[in-house]
Design a binder for this molecule. Sequence first.
Ligand code: HAM
Length: 437
Amino acid sequence: MAIQSPEGTRDLLPDEALFWSHFKSCAEDVFGCYGYLPIDTPIIEQTELFVRGIGEATDVVSKEMFTAISGENLKKLLEGGSLKAKSRLSLRPEGTAGVVRAVVQHDLVPQGAAPAKLMYAGPMFRAERPQKGRQRQFNQIGVECLGAEEPTVDAEAIIMLMRFFVKMGIPQESMVLLVNSMGCEACRPAYRDQVRAYMNEHADELCETCMTRAELNPLRAFDCKNERCAAIMADAPKITDHLCDDCREHYEAVLKLLDGAGITYVQDPTLVRGLDYYTRTVFEVQVTDGLGSQNAIGGGGRYDKLAEEVGGRPTPGFGFALGYERCALALQAAGVEFPQAQQCDLFVACVDDSCRSQAFTLVQECRDAGYRCEMDHQHRSLKSQFKLADKLNARRVAILGPDELAEGRVKLRDMATHEEALVGLDEVLAELGQALL
Ligand code: HAM
């Protein structure tokens, strides 16, 4: 049997690969208006970065990371040796940890400087059970703003993401924006103790996984997909009832700014997100159509302690990532079609093989002038060449025949109107320019 792509991965064929490029460049345009500049970090990082940054007890780190082992290290391991920390590598499951590592490593936010606003796009890897909208390799576009803790940063990024989704064609009414505050190191420990105590009271009703996590990180129980656990956790103490004054003030300011921008949201005190670095604001955008249970098209929040976790000086941060594949499914559900990849300004057809070398030269001249131009390479009949021109969506076809060429002329056909005109061989470029204006 022919080799297939690995489970949970997907080929982006030309139509969709072009759409992905278009999607990324729209994000660059929109996010660029808010001051975000591109950054490109490695796809592999030291495993330690994710363990410290995302949290050892998260599913992402404890179950879903792909480890990368170089040939020499594999040999070492097979021979019973062990690896140094810096040789333990993993494929990135998300982009935030790598960006924060780069900010710290290159000191992109010197003390007193304005925040660094960075955006990235590319593949992430999580060994999850594949299903619709959930892949093992998927593409994210994300932004990270480092160096400011003010609520305007949070609100501005959320507004920017909602504007982007609408601009791309995801209907406003099919999206739900959930927001919450996770508190900070001053108020969260006491809240966590309360949740743990509540969970212990309900120990016989909660699943084993929730109870084993209760000690290390009880808030993870809010994410449990088990319906019984969800029902019990719905009555657990709410973080928003236990925020310290600073966190409450921060959260209320974010909500006020969203209100001012006309953004509708739902406050969800059970929204804890699956990564441990969050402090204060967290949010998620879910869609109601086309995605089933994997309905989060984007999410993020504030992570004021992450830079310190990875060895940097205190640097507050806020960011989000959207999942391209889930957005594409939401767009399909909304009836948005990918534009056709095949586009051709001019197809050069030959009446017989004696015209081929002049056709080859003409095609080359048109391409050099920046036109998308194609010809047949396989000696097809004129009829088949027209079929190919149709398939390529050619806007014009130049027909090169021996009689016309002897007079230095070619026939130029407009494929939309079927009108034909005889033009000089040396006038094709100018005609094309006029016609495609
Ligand atoms: P996340 O919520 O884990 O956050 O992922 C962001 C988005 O990536 C999700 O909303 C979803 O659309 C997409 N996604 C996640 N996992 C998969 C998967 N297995 N298959 C397809 N799509 C998926 C983060 O990754 C954080 N780094 C976001 C962030 C940035 N927080 C602060 N800054």
